[in-house]
Write a protein that binds this ligand. Sequence first.
Ligand SMILES: C[S@@+](CC[C@H](N)C(=O)[O-])C[C@H]1O[C@@H](n2cnc3c(N)ncnc32)[C@H](O)[C@@H]1O
Length: 223
Amino acid sequence: MTKKQNLSHKQTRAFQPEKLSKPRDFILPEVIKNAKAHRQSLVLEIGAGKGKHALLFAKANPQKQLIAIERTRNKFEAFAKLVQVQNLANLTAIHADAIAWIVQAIAPNSITQIYLLYPNPEQHNPNQQWLNMPFFEFLLSRLQVGGKIILATNIERYIDNAEEQARELWCLPTVRQEVAIDSQRTHFEIKYLARGQTCWQITMTKPEGYQTRFDDWQALSSL
Ligand SMILES: C[S@@+](CC[C@H](N)C(=O)[O-])C[C@H]1O[C@@H](n2cnc3c(N)ncnc32)[C@H](O)[C@@H]1O
C-alpha cells in the first residue's frame, strides 16, 4: 500500500489486504494464469448463490472467462453440481469468502466486469453493504479502466445508499435503472419480481486515470 496522494475517491479508511490470511486450500485457478495469454476478459461474480446467473452468463459469453464465488456451503454445492453437469469451459466456481479470495487471486487492473446481484446483507448493519466497505477500494483496483461493477437489489434503501456512495465517495460515473419485470437472472430476482416488487440496478464504470492505494498491490500467489 503506497500511494497516498492523488486518490480518485474520498475514502479515508484504508482496507488492509496484508492482514487477511489465505483461504484454506487456496489454489490459483489455471484460468487466471491463462487469461492473459489467451486474451480472454475476466469477469467476477461475488455471492453467486446457486449459480443461475453464472451459468446463463457463461453460456451467453463464451469468449469471457467468469469466476463466480459463493461462500455458503449448501448453495455452493448446488452450484458446483450444475457446473459439473453443464461443463462450461469458461466458468469457474469458487467456494470461498470473496474478500480473502480476491485479495489472494486477482491481479490489479485485470477484471472487466464484476457482478454483485442481490447481496442483501442484514439490513441493520450498513457496514456490510459493499459500497460502505473499505474493501471496495481494493475491488476497484482490480478493475480495468472502463470496467464495470453491476449491483442489483430489491431494497430501495440499499440502492439509494449504493448510488450515493458510488457518486459521492467513490467518484464513479453511475447509471441507475429499474430491472425489467421479466428479468430472470437469479433465483432472488425471480422471487422478488414475481411478488411484484421493484428491483434496481446500478452500473458503475472505472474512469481513465482512476487511482487507488492498491494499484500496485499484488499477493505473491497471484503473480
Ligand atoms: C441473497 S443471496 C443472492 C444469491 C444470488 N446472487 C441470487 O441473486 O440469487 C447473497 C449471496 O451472497 C453470498 N455472499 C455474501 N457475502 C459473500 C462473500 N463475502 N463471499 C462470497 N459470497 C458471499 C451469500 O452466501 C449468499 O449466497
